[in-house]
Design a protein around this ligand. Structure first.
Ligand SMILES: NC(=O)c1ccc[n+]([C@@H]2O[C@H](COP(=O)([O-])OP(=O)(O)OC[C@H]3O[C@@H](n4cnc5c(N)ncnc54)[C@H](OP(=O)(O)O)[C@@H]3O)[C@@H](O)[C@H]2O)c1
Length: 287
């Protein structure tokens, strides 16, 4: 079993779960954090902190010194961050194992090397001597945090494609599949491209209804038109190709449910968490 694992995007949605689970497994858990990271409080106690920036590969040297494995999450939209090849080379020089959070978009062929960081990173890692595992995840249940402001301020959620049916996955389950892949003896997880999803297919509108049920308020969904949603996303900094990809995918999911898998249960031995469980854990954010 690896003794020391480095986690990137450590203060994001998945990172804190992964760090806590690594500690529980008896592994030395390291978090890569930015200088003066305002979210440092999300890192569990007992984790080793290392300052480093994925846009500056040399800044990762101290964090990678002596690691056995890396849980790599790439917190950038596009392949325009030029440091990915150098970061991957540094991981290859330091570690034996790597787990990458990739995306369902790669699984279904929507995300390609020329248009998306997940496919690009998979290609870079496949070309190394590392024991790699890719977690091609559907949307995180935490994406519903994006509805929180509208739910607190009136209760009508304006968003595109309410009928889009998602198999959203709990961030703790993404972390659990990663921790199993990072820490279990043997090479069963090496070379695996796992499709990691939640247990149920629910429309976005249903997710909002479930949030309403757990906080005891009736909530309303109003679809935003495709073009207005695209303008808002690009205005908020999304690269146009990403906005188009996401919206075309949502539109597709109004007529066919998102793909699902039983990987969480197969790999971790426990059922994947439902969106209702996630909502019950986060009621305070929506009240
Ligand atoms: N959300 C989804 O539905 C979805 C679906 C499929 C795949 N994914 C993948 O899942 C991954 C994990 O997502 P997440 O939501 O947990 O995290 P995230 O939002 O992608 O990343 C946020 C984390 O990255 C850190 N960070 C930002 N810039 C950095 C830099 N230059 N160097 C080092 N760290 C930096 C942030 O630090 P601060 O605390 O300073 O902000 C924060 O800890 C994503 O990277 C994405 O590739 C997400």
């Amino acid at each position: 079993m690896p003794q020391t694992v480095l986690v990137t995007a450590a203060t994001g949605n998945v990172g804190p779960h992964a760090l806590a689970q690594l500690l529980e497994a008896g592994v030395t858990a390291r978090a890569l954090v930015l200088k003066d990271d305002p979210n440092i409080g999300r890192v569990p106690e007992g984790v080793e902190l290392f300052e480093g920036d994925l846009e500056d590969p040399d800044s990762l040297d101290a964090a990678l010194e002596g690691v056995d494995a890396v849980f790599l999450m790439w917190p950038f939209f596009t392949t325009s961050v030029e440091t990915a090849p150098a970061v991957v080379r540094k991981i290859e020089a330091a570690a034996r194992r790597v787990v990458l959070v990739s995306s369902v978009g790669v699984h279904i062929g929507l995300e390609r090397v020329d248009n998306n960081c997940h496919a690009y990173l998979e290609e870079l890692l496949e070309d190394t001597a590392l024991e790699w595992t890719f977690l091609r995840t559907t949307g995180f249940q935490a994406n519903a945090l994006g509805f929180a402001g509208q739910i607190r301020n009136g209760g009508t959620v304006h968003f595109p494609y309410g009928a889009a049916t998602r198999t959203s996955v709990h961030e703790a389950d993404v972390a659990a599949v990663a921790v199993a892949s990072l820490t279990e003896r043997g090479t069963a997880h090496a070379g695996q491209k796992y499709l990691v999803t939640g247990p149920l297919a629910e429309s976005q509108e249903e997710q909002v209804r479930i949030i309403g049920e757990v906080i005891g308020r009736e909530l309303e969904w109003r679809d935003i038109e495709h073009q207005a949603a695209r303008d808002a996303m690009v205005g908020a900094g999304w690269p146009p190709s990403y906005a188009d990809g996401a919206l075309d995918y949502f539109r597709m999911l109004t007529t066919e449910a998102e793909v699902g898998s039983t990987v969480v249960e197969e790999v971790t031995g426990r059922p994947a968490r439902t969106f209702r469980e996630w909502a019950l854990e986060h009621t305070a954010v929506f009240r």
